[in-house]
Design a protein around this ligand. Sequence first.
Ligand SMILES: Cc1ncc(COP(=O)(O)O)c(C=O)c1O
Length: 379
Amino acid sequence: MIKSSRGCCGAEELAEVKEAFEYGYFGLAYKTNEFEQELGNYLGTNRFVITVSTGTNALHLALDTIGIKEGDEVIMPSFTFVATAQAVVMCGGKPVFCEVNPVTFLIDVEDVKKKITNHTKAIIPVHYAGRPCDMDALMRIKEETGIRIVEDAAHAFGTYYEGKKIGSFGDITCFSFDSIKVMTCGEGGAIVTDDSLFDDLSRQKRLLGIDRKTMHVKDWKKRSWVYDVPTLGYRYHMSNINAAIGLAQIKKVDKFIERRRELCHLYDWELRDVAGIETMPDEYDTITPFMYVIRVKAGRRNKLKDYLMEHDIESGVSYIPCHHFSLFQGNVNLPITDAIYEEILCLPMHYGLSDNDVQEVAGRIWEFFGSEGVYDTEI
Ligand SMILES: Cc1ncc(COP(=O)(O)O)c(C=O)c1O
């Protein structure tokens, strides 16, 4: 079976985790702090880095910290993993779904502008498949209106936008390090920002609202047991064990990204003449390709998906647009998103994939369209 996605951990991760075991305290501890440092180093920024237990929690914590509450609207693409929308609902806010660009599948800033009301408090651009959204335009909206920009960068750790890494600029950036992401902590997430008030408050909220500054910790032997809880909080910190995995992974992440880039170029090459599909823009050398997505034309997507599965090849449909779920259904008209959803197919993409695997997948796609008689003989 050629798996559609897989994590890649080995001896280095085990060695880090062993150290975390031996330390004996598994919660928020020294490796969590070290991992935050390393994330900042990797992104090339001295911005604040707040690690958390999942990417979903990163989004929720970010929205909660900026004060999203009942009655507030948050504009976001419907074309994203449901986690993005659930994070808004968790705060009591209302996700307002907007369109995406038909070629890049990234948030359509013109549609965002049309959907801004007096209730709009935040916009969540999703850097889908690792491609960066139009951050210049979005940051201009923030400057003009005060609306916060909370990036869902779950797919985009290591992606460049105009020569800068996602997370090294902007307002608030949320990453995921779940088990299939380009880099994993097992489960994990992080928020990056230059907003010091946000940093303070989100650190309290990440640990049940406990204000560690009120602990007067000067010396671990005299650690005070008195502390204050000034705000609602959650149990969202990243554990020392998850951070240990992340510390080993971050040393390898450039290698992971490079291999994914090679695989995307190989897919592009192998699929270049298949007339029944469209590939995405070839900008892989500046992004972290989280997924390799094709569009399957003429209503053949599901048949192709089944055909690949018959030949032991997994593929995915990421994502079912949020407005299709019963929780979010309303009067939403998103024809571009709906058309994308009908056609997309995510082919296997992970570090462990071999060139032969890609050729096997591409060969089966050729075979499928050949058997359906839709080779483009002109090319
Ligand atoms: C676009 C997007 N946002 C948010 C998340 C949530 O991240 P996590 O799985 O770490 O909670 C994911 C996870 O797949 C995602 O793909």
